[in-house]
Design a protein around this ligand. Structure first.
Ligand code: GLA
Length: 582
């Protein structure tokens, strides 16, 4: 057992002064087979601590159904760090931001109409309590006070950027303490008065999050944290990308310079991110700015010290050199980049239309008005809203209030247009009803719920109503399409198709390695490898390839399924040995 504490404005571990050089790796963004590799590289770079958030929504995908296995096996991640001699910092949310769907909150919370997120609201806190009742007993034996590697726990996340409810923060603090979390607790906030006043608690250690100007940030933090050492809990050494904008990078020397000044001021640091990883499946979050939704890309490369695929970068070595000028770095750890293989072209051999598989992929719900996804008990993916409209009535204006996030509109199966929150401009569509009865389909994609700011907690799908001119349309059948399991699909031969389709192909390998799928001939959708959802691709910049970690492949035959919404310029993909960003 060990005590990690603050004394004389320093951290002490079992009575000895210690500095924290930490890096963030989110276990839920890297396949478990690679956890050891990434953690070893952290250690070999001179770090002594790993920090991770806990993403509630992967642990409780449906209310009351808990998952702590596979990529959700947090105790295995912590123990792997321990075996390498690393200390661990846990940031257990309940909200984590992190460019992760709904900031890590499970979307099923939203079906409770009296819920208010991130404040002292009984419904919300009851759900937090039942999650903490499962999570914290798993982590308690791993606390340093019980002989494990965990030295500290965060309360909430950058709460001052969101609210000012101290009763809520205190409730979370008590919830940790009452469940036996007796290690150091802390908060982290932006280095401004309003944020530090809103997000902190009087007796709880305070840290700050920032990417540059560490002197100024520590000066501000000092006004609020008078007893402890200075710590940057999120040193943004890179940044994330949105679909439709440029790929972010930051110069290694710039990062090394800011690190040097933090270390020179006796500071402590947690790199956000040491290794970013991937937003697999539908787990990316989104921002919202100036009337536009900005969904985060599948890659969470972050221009971090390790790439999305775990490779050591120039920034890795620049940071290692800076750390080495202050501390001894163990030189007995052998680390190398994992092998990458360009397996070449994979041709899609078969296809299956989404609209012909609705009853296999979905349990439809009927209702007069359209219902949002959350009221259909749907977490992620797509919802098809179907109704019959009468005619003929010529040209009418279709308005969807609101279409969250991207609706593709069909009349009698014929594509009419797209209403997309990631684009500015007219959110109405002209359609022509020229028959006595026509089927109106609106296929709405949840592009990733907002993870930051006041739109946190809004509904997805169609949230209010659908109008033809001024008239509300009633009588809907809704098909929730989560795409968790696509096994039941019946494929047939490839033919020209413009409605959403699954395309299937395969490739054979005699050596397993990492690879990247180049999606340059495809428009928008998701890709499955051997049944695992790798995440979204989109013809919008900047991400052109999807990362395929080697452990998802097997010797011999491997299956690729592409779910494409719009059509394609060729029927193959290329497996290459490097990522491509624009
Ligand atoms: C904040 C949040 C993090 C992350 C970063 C940006 O600091 O606390 O979760 O969203 O911004 O990457």
């Amino acid at each position: 057992m060990a005590i990690f504490e603050i004394k004389n404005k320093e951290f002490h571990y079992n009575g000895e002064p210690i500095r924290i050089i930490s890096g963030a790796i989110h276990y839920f963004r890297t396949v478990p087979e690679y956890w050891e590799d990434r953690l070893k590289k952290l250690k070999a770079c001179g770090f002594n601590t790993v920090e991770t958030y806990v993403a509630w929504n992967i642990h409780e995908p449906k209310e009351g159904e808990f998952n702590f296995e596979g990529i959700a096996d947090i105790t295995r991640f912590v123990k792997t760090a321990e075996e390498l001699g690393l200390m661990v910092i846990i940031r257990p949310g309940p909200y984590i931001c992190a460019e992760w769907e709904l900031g890590g909150l499970p979307s099923w919370l939203l079906k409770y109409t009296d819920i208010e997120l991130r404040c002292y609201n009984r419904t919300y806190l009851d759900k937090v309590d039942s999650f903490y009742n499962k999570l914290l007993p798993l982590l308690k034996p791993l606390l340093c006070t019980n002989g494990g590697p965990i030295i500290a726990f965060q309360i909430e996340n950058e709460y001052g950027s969101y609210g000012n409810d101290k009763k809520y923060l205190n409730y979370l603090r008590e919830g940790l303490i009452n469940r036996g979390i007796d290690v150091m607790l802390f908060t982290s906030d932006g280095p401004t008065d309003i944020m530090l006043q809103g997000g902190t608690l009087p007796e709880i250690y305070k840290t700050a999050n920032f990417g540059s100007r560490p002197e100024e940030a520590f000066d501000k933090l000092k006004e609020y944290e008078k007893k402890g050492p200075m710590m940057c809990m999120e040193f943004w050494n890179g940044w994330f990308d949105h679909w439709g904008s440029e790929h972010h990078t930051r110069e290694p020397q710039d990062v090394a310079k800011d690190l040097d000044s933090m270390l020179g001021m006796n500071g402590n640091v947690n790199f956000y991110m040491f290794h970013g990883g991937t937003n697999f499946g539908f787990y990316n979050g989104a921002n919202y700015d100036k009337g536009k939704l900005l969904p985060t890309t599948t890659s969470y490369d972050y221009d971090a010290l390790l790439t999305e695929a775990g490779d050591m970068t120039e920034k890795y070595y620049a940071v290692k050199n800076t750390i080495a000028s202050y501390f001894n770095i163990p030189d007995d750890l052998e680390v190398e980049n994992t092998k990458k293989i360009a397996y070449g072209k994979v041709k899609m051999e078969e296809q299956a239309e989404l609209f012909e598989h609705l009853n296999i992929l979905s349990n439809p719900v009927e209702n007069a008005a359209p219902l949002p996804m959350e009221k259909l008990d749907q977490n992620y993916g797509f919802t098809l809203y179907r109704t019959k409209v009468t005619g003929p009535k010529g040209n009418v204006k279709l308005t969807i209030n609101k279409c969250n996030d991207r609706g593709i509109i069909y009349l009698d199966g014929k594509f009419q247009g797209i209403i997309d929150r990631t684009e500015q401009g007219d959110k109405k569509l002209d359609i022509i009803i020229d028959k006595e009865e026509m089927v109106l389909d609106i296929l709405v994609e949840n592009l990733g719920r907002v993870n930051y700011g006041t739109l946190l907690g809004e509904y997805n799908g169609i949230t209010e109503n659908v109008l033809l001119d001024y008239q509300q349309q009633f009588g809907w059948v809704m098909y929730p399409i989560e795409l968790n399991n696509i096994d039941g699909i019946q494929y047939s031969n490839i033919k020209e198709q413009t409605t959403p389709c699954f395309y299937r192909g395969s490739f054979n390998i005699d050596e397993i390695a990492d690879t990247f799928i180049l999606m340059d001939k495809w428009k928008k959708g998701v890709v499955y490898i051997n049944g695992f959802n790798l995440g979204r691709y989109w013809e919008k910049a900047p991400q052109r390839t999807l990362y395929v970690p080697g452990p998802l492949l097997r010797m011999g035959k491997n299956e690729v399924v592409i779910f494409e919404l719009h059509g394609h310029d060729g029927d193959d993909v290329t497996l290459t040995d490097r990522p491509k960003f624009d």
